[in-house]
Design a protein. Sequence first.
Length: 336
Amino acid sequence: MKKILVTGGLGFIGSHTVVELQHEGFEVIIIDDLSNTTIGVLDNITEITGKKPDFHQIDLRKKKEVTTFFDNNKIDGIIHFAAFKAVGESVQNPLDYYENNIGSLVYILQEMRNRKLDNFIFSSSCTVYGQADELPITENAPVKKAESTYGNTKQIGEEIIEETCKAHHLNAIALRYFNPIGAHDSIKIGELPLGVPQNLIPFVTQTAAGIRKELSVFGDDYPTPDGTAIRDYIHVVDLAKAHIAALKRLLNKNNKQNFEFFNVGSGKGSSVLEVIKAFEKASKKPLNYKIVGRREGDITAAFADTTIANKELNWKTEKTLDEALSSAWKWQLKQS
Ligand code: UD1
């Protein structure tokens, strides 16, 4: 049985990926520092899969602890989610973001090099494309200067991995996520935003639940059909499955280059107003919202061309926006 290390395995995307790994028969070891999640997620994963993953509470900025972990565990592959992810906070606190998102990445890669470990999957983001000149966005679109420190940690992270792959014959895949939403069908795991949510869907569900008074729609003067910004929302379970596909590509040595990257989205763009309408249908509740000015740093439209990912990873999305929104709503109802 292959043993896979999942860093950040108790987070939103990490926890869903752990479940899919266990379903596929992998043995999972989780590292998480619990800085943006709770230990209860481990029990919820166990309830879904019937098997408790091995768990280590480690802060990956502590190099010695990282080394000790690798001294004691034999690993066949790594899926690295652990990172800070709040865009606004990253701009106010760039050094903490570089220390955590870049520092821990470097430590893990050093351990891999020192022990000749292989097979590394990295959480990247469509934010690397900025406002792409052409839609849908293919992997050939150029990487644009990052708008935020968070975005820059993803760009630099990819560069570090690419150079490491070249120098040390490591094989790695970066997955460039579009907008992950939704919750597991069991409604036992989902997104747990701390404080006021910055992302659209958790803000929508909290508004519908009465936790927030109203949703602010950031701008209706974009050059899009209804004036609101367009994104590619992907069900988190579909996204989790893309990690399994990427991991198998590396384990089976089907990769064409040492370092590869793929767009992981649904391939479909939805405007903020379309999301609101779909949510109202899924929750059978009207949503209280108002139009306000644009949010600084937001782009007009981003959605993926998934042709390359579909073909190379032998993966495609199976769930709809309606299913994702309905699961997000059920998850919200369970929280409040
Ligand atoms: C944001 C980040 C992106 C990150 C991604 C991770 C910014 C500028 N970008 O992407 O770097 O990779 O999250 O999930 O923060 N919206 C509203 N009202 C709200 C919240 C959002 O109208 O209260 C709109 C936004 O303007 C945007 C859309 O909803 O058009 C989606 O927003 P969000 O969920 O924050 O994702 P992104 O901005 O695409």
